[in-house]
Design a protein around this ligand. Sequence first.
Ligand SMILES: [Zn+2]
Length: 290
Amino acid sequence: MTNDPTMTDAALTGQQVGLSPFDNGYGFVPAVGTPDPDPDALWLVFQGDRLLTVGETVPPRPAEGLTGEVYLGTQQGRQVWAARMTGDAPADQRFSRLRGLYGKLPDWLWMLGGYAYQIVEWDRTHHYCGNCATPTERDPNERARRCPNCGLSVYPRLAPAVMVLLTRVGPQGQPQVLLCRSPLFPPGMYSANAGFVEPGETVEHAAHREMYEETGLSIRDLRYFDSQPWPFPHSLMLAYTAEYAGGEIVPQPGEIEEARWFDHNNLPQLPGRASISRRLIESVVGPQPD
Ligand SMILES: [Zn+2]
């Protein structure tokens, strides 16, 4: 991790704005350490996975009840801090699940909230060394916690997941996409197939394996689309398209309730615009109404 603000301009030129607080244009520069908090600092305060909000933004630092304060860096020059809070939300303020706040907060704030949540949760759950159970300490120079006894370092956790939108030409020559329903989805909603990358796998291997395990289908011509941090709780979603290469649909029990081919002009309810799955699907079938 670098604290050099020129990195954002030099290294990220041309990157699309909208998927990460680190995107060029949002002006967020990560940093570690414990500076004195500025009076006008931005505070992202959590209770579990719920963010403290007031109207369409976040309130100033609450006067009491904060714990686990962590400095995240600066947003257009303004300090950004995150913390957890015990007790009730102050009057006129509320804790809301971050996921449900998409579209209600400005995009930059929602994405910064996702980043803050991952760091706060990681910090909260790594207070003791996993090797010798000694209390760990924050590293002053990088985003890590270190054991003063045995030297073990722990870094924020990231779980890569791969998503594949499978395409084919249907029986009447019409273009189709394969969409699946997880039992966890809201009623009527379908999405592209996704699963976690296992230790030892390449992302590409995981793409083939997940599709075969969950739907019984083989794929070819895997093409990278884009990636998106998904802080629920600490995924990095890597999205691909692929062509159908054979097999009959056999949904994996417990994982996939239904998998079906859909014509582009007859789609079911799709995921919301906060997720990369929506953009992946629209990149193939064209823009869809909400
Ligand atoms: Zn240790």
